[in-house]
Design a protein around this ligand. Structure first.
Ligand SMILES: [Fe+2]
Ligand SMILES: [Fe+2]
Length: 298
């Protein structure tokens, strides 16, 4: 049975996780017998919400996202947030703050944000990756605090993509860009639009969301590899579909390797088995303290 779409346009998704679960539908783990896509019996206990209502809400979510993410909107949000004068807060405090962003409509299966953070980080740790990468796993979604500051879901999550140039057909639901006013700006209709080919992604405006925000909040404290992971982990048209190689420079090409190494840890570690947050907290607090001061600017 398909439930009606929520009336509130700022929250088409019942839960922010619905976007990430739709990513799993689009990018199933290849050859993994544990994948919910190869064993239907597992999909119900390992992952939730693949039924039609979630997909309808994801569609509605992308309709809003693609209609509203314009050059003007992105510039406005960058002005609003990237001066980082909202508040001062520690990384751990931010994790706990983000944890309040749990939709209580689905209490049985939904893991709090801190659990996703630790699951991602633990999988990275388990594979013997360096400490900065474990930390990147822990903090990569902290930009979702934008939701707690009143931003609509479509301006927080969702695949990111460049604005100011032609929207790639490789972006999910490309048909929804017909409603984006930028689709009628002549300067934005070529492959590189307002950018020079090979100019480097640092010179390119990506749609506004949690990646860009957390990158700016944390960039002074992290190695460049981690900065790339944070800034581009939702840039699926770039790191998965390679639709924007023509805007990348040599540094992007080199460091996207880490975005691609990271992506499976983000996507495929969402088991229903929650990590023991209490037990793991001392390790992660120490890791956070190794890289960050007690408070940083948000
Ligand atoms: Fe994310
Ligand atoms: Fe994530």
């Amino acid at each position: 049975m398909v439930s009606p779409l929520p009336a509130d346009e700022s929250r088409p998704l019942e839960n922010l996780h619905d976007w990430e679960e739709d990513l799993l539908r689009r990018y199933p783990q290849p050859g993994d017998s544990d994948s919910p896509f190869t064993d239907p019996a597992k999909k119900h206990h390992k992952f939730r919400n693949y039924e039609a209502p979630a997909r309808d809400s994801v569609r509605e979510f992308y309709r809003l996202n693609h209609r509203n993410q314009t050059v003007d909107f992105v510039c406005q949000k960058r002005d609003e947030y990237l001066s980082l004068n909202r508040r001062r807060m520690g990384i751990w405090e931010a994790l706990e703050f983000l944890n309040t962003l749990v939709d209580d409509s689905d209490p049985d299966t939904d893991l709090p944000q801190i659990a996703h953070a630790m699951q991602t980080a633990e999988a990275i740790r388990g594979d013997g990756h360096p400490r900065w990468m474990i930390l990147a796993g822990l903090i990569h979604d902290l930009g979702k605090v934008l939701c707690l500051w009143g931003e609509p879901q479509w301006a927080v999550v969702g695949d990111t993509f460049p604005v100011g140039c032609r929207f790639s057909e490789k972006i999910v639901y490309p048909e929804f860009f017909a409603d984006n006013p930028d689709s009628r700006v002549p300067a934005y209709q070529t492959e590189s639009g307002i950018y020079d080919p090979g100019c480097g992604l640092d010179n390119v405006l990506l749609s506004w969301g949690h990646d860009e925000y957390i990158y700016h909040v944390t960039r002074d404290y992290l190695p460049l590899e981690a900065q790339y992971i944070l800034r581009y982990h939702s840039f699926y048209p770039g790191h998965r579909n390679r639709a924007y190689d023509h805007l990348m420079d040599d540094q992007d090409r080199e460091y996207f390797r880490w975005v691609r190494v990271f992506n499976p840890y983000d996507l495929y570690t969402k088991s229903a088995e929650p990590p023991n947050v209490q037990q793991l907290t001392p390790f992660y607090r120490e890791l956070v303290d190794e890289f960050f001061p007690a408070e940083i600017a948000w």
